[in-house]
Design a protein around this ligand. Structure first.
Ligand SMILES: Cc1ncc(COP(=O)(O)O)c(C=O)c1O
Length: 350
């Protein structure tokens, strides 16, 4: 198999750990693969794909990385971090609906020296690829060579990031003496799911790979994953029969829509942090893990013994939503007699 070469930037392999509390509550073993710990500046799933994309950019002699995403895009932040690390420039096309608050991933984009261009929701939806191609042309005049990374680095080359992750999981299974029969992941642009799905087929790992999408719907992502897998196969010298219907997507947990939270989702993130010591993000992993827990209760995973949820990161996306958690006004827990009853009213201090 001829996999393209990649950079080596992420902290890999990422750790796999049991979530003891929730496993007991749900009566099934739930493990986390800590892809939220692939690095600090470029933590999360995107770095695995970017390692391939940027290696290709360097092979082509490019000096500027151009990509796109929402204002709080983890992918854009990771791209900006990698560009700064390698002495490249980055230009980010960010989708906004109102004046952006400098916080979370957007704050980091600016700290990494990314040049930011804004676009509207409609421009993003219908012409982001053209806009990025135009930026590429524009910088040519100044002697710069751009490399366009599509949304989420979810294309044929980026797909190898999670193809490798599946190989990593199989190695870890051997070392740990555990078989993860079910792999679960949040889905936003399809590349993570595609890499896992493709590797599962090629390596005949026989796992159930399931995504919980955070926007659009099942049909949209089945097609997106199918197309990304097809494009990835073209890099390899193999023939493989792919069936769109075997791509498993659950679309019941999109909630209010992309990057929009419900009180239930935020309460779930807070509860999971308190009871399990794990922070999920509001845009991707919080929705997907809530979905997983609900679907376990509904019996969707009744055949699963060891479920591996890939924690794909996103922690910086929490900070722009700090007010929505309303934690400062939470009542003190009165059920625990040992709870330290220190007054929490901050107005005492002013
Ligand atoms: C934290 C996080 N988790 C999951 C995803 C979904 O990954 P993908 O875009 O490959 O579907 C993304 C990006 O979209 C992300 O930033």
């Amino acid at each position: 198999m001829n996999k393209p070469t990649k950079l080596s930037l992420a902290n890999l392999p990422t750790k796999i750990e049991l979530m003891p509390v929730i496993s007991k509550q749900l009566d099934v073993s739930v493990f986390l693969k800590r892809d939220d710990q692939t690095g600090s500046e470029y933590c999360g799933n995107k770095i695995r794909k970017i390692e391939y994309a940027v290696a290709e950019a360097l092979r082509q002699g490019c000096d500027t990385l151009i990509t796109c995403g929402g204002i709080q895009s983890n992918h854009c932040r990771a791209t900006a971090a990698v560009a700064a690390k390698l002495g490249l420039r980055s230009i980010l096309l960010l989708r906004i609906e109102e004046k952006p608050v400098v916080s979370g991933n957007y704050l980091l984009d600016l700290l990494f020296g990314a040049e930011v261009r804004f676009c509207s929701k409609d421009e993003y939806r219908y012409s982001r690829n053209k806009m990025m191609a135009d930026i590429c042309d524009e910088i040519k005049v100044f002697g710069k060579k751009g490399y366009v990374i599509p949304e989420g680095a979810s294309n044929g080359i980026g797909c190898f990031g999670y193809y490798n992750c599946m190989e990593e999981i199989i190695d870890q299974e051997r070392a740990m003496g555990i078989l993860f029969d079910t792999i679960v992941v949040a889905e936003g642009s399809g590349g993570t799911h595609a890499g896992l799905h493709l590797a599962n087929k090629v390596l005949e790992a026989n796992k159930r790979v399931v995504s919980f999408c955070v926007c659009d719907d099942k049909e949209y992502f089945q097609k997106a994953v199918f197309d990304i897998c097809t494009s990835c196969i073209s890099y390899l010298n193999i023939s493989l029969d792919l069936e769109i219907d075997e791509i498993e997507v659950i679309d019941r947990y999109v909630g209010r829509g992309y990057a929009l939270s419900t009180p239930e989702e935020l309460a779930f993130i807070a509860k999971t942090a308190k009871e399990n010591g794990v922070i999920f993000d509001p845009v991707y992993t919080g929705k997907a893990f809530l979905g997983l827990c609900n679907e376990i209760k509904r019996g969707t995973f009744s055949q699963s013994k060891n479920i591996l949820f890939i924690h794909t990161g996103g922690i910086f996306g929490l900070f722009p939503k700090d007010q929505d958690f309303n934690l400062a006004n939470e009542p003190l827990s009165s059920s625990d007699p040992l709870f330290l009853r220190s007054p929490r009213d901050p107005s005492r201090f002013v």
